[in-house]
Design a binder for this molecule. Sequence first.
Ligand SMILES: Nc1ncnc2c1ncn2[C@@H]1O[C@H](COP(=O)(O)OP(=O)(O)OP(=O)(O)O)[C@@H](O)[C@H]1O
Length: 276
Amino acid sequence: MTLLSVRNLRVTFDTEAGKVEAVRGVDFSLGRERLGIVGESGSGKTMTGRSVLRLIRPPGRIDADEMTFDGIDLTRASETEMRGLRGHRMAMVMQDPKFSLNPVMRVGAQLMEGLRRRDHVNKTEAHKRAVAALEAVQIRDPDRVMDSYPHELSGGMGQRVMIAMMLIPNPDLLIADEPTSALDVTVQAEVLSILDALVRDRGMGLIFISHDLRLVARFCDRVLVMYKGKIVEELAARDLLNARHPYTRGLLNCLPRIGGPREPLPVLDRQADWAR
Ligand SMILES: Nc1ncnc2c1ncn2[C@@H]1O[C@H](COP(=O)(O)OP(=O)(O)OP(=O)(O)O)[C@@H](O)[C@H]1O
């Protein structure tokens, strides 16, 4: 079943230096699956993800021939309707918990605030559900975490708290933007297995934005490869490491090889590229 359908999505920034086309006509659809978006820095991955939630601030502008989420026309939805969807039926997890958690509020209070506001439950019930959400992301000492401020948590813990917060409303669609890139490998694997279980058990659709082709090849079902604001290739994740498209091959050739020399990822020369 198609959960999200996007046709000819464009994101444009009117800057003093002229028009920057960050996303230039992107088409994709998503079911209850794990869709990876890969591509070098600046290729438009984040802007594509944020567009779905209509989270692009002026001077950025979103245009699309179609952007439908579960039958709802996102291009025509009012801001009030969008607020009703965001953080409820569609949610986004960002790379750094620092930007999503309130630094001066204890974790428990943040989790409970959303629950009480949205679901109008009493304090005891909100507390119970917040603890259950932390347990669902495999936090073993939820009471300590509830009492902590965000800065008192490790990166991995902060990431789990953020995922727990996004998952309390049981969204149908989760957009995860580099959700594990700040984490060490063990914690990364744990966070991925939590996301994986959510797609499997709750039938959620997941858009997983990442630089890490190996990770996406292992973790996702399908992958979009973006370059300069366009999708240059769409393929099954298991075929990613054997992709034939020259750009995708280029990205793959930049993967560090064990024992081999490390080559830097090529980065677009934005001035030159956008002027073209
Ligand atoms: N406020 C802005 N004004 C002008 N251009 C912008 C603005 N915000 C983003 N862009 C441009 O949009 C393009 C796409 O950015 P985006 O963040 O989607 O890339 P990305 O693929 O997610 O990169 P990264 O992996 O580094 O996060 C970039 O070239 C960027 O310069």
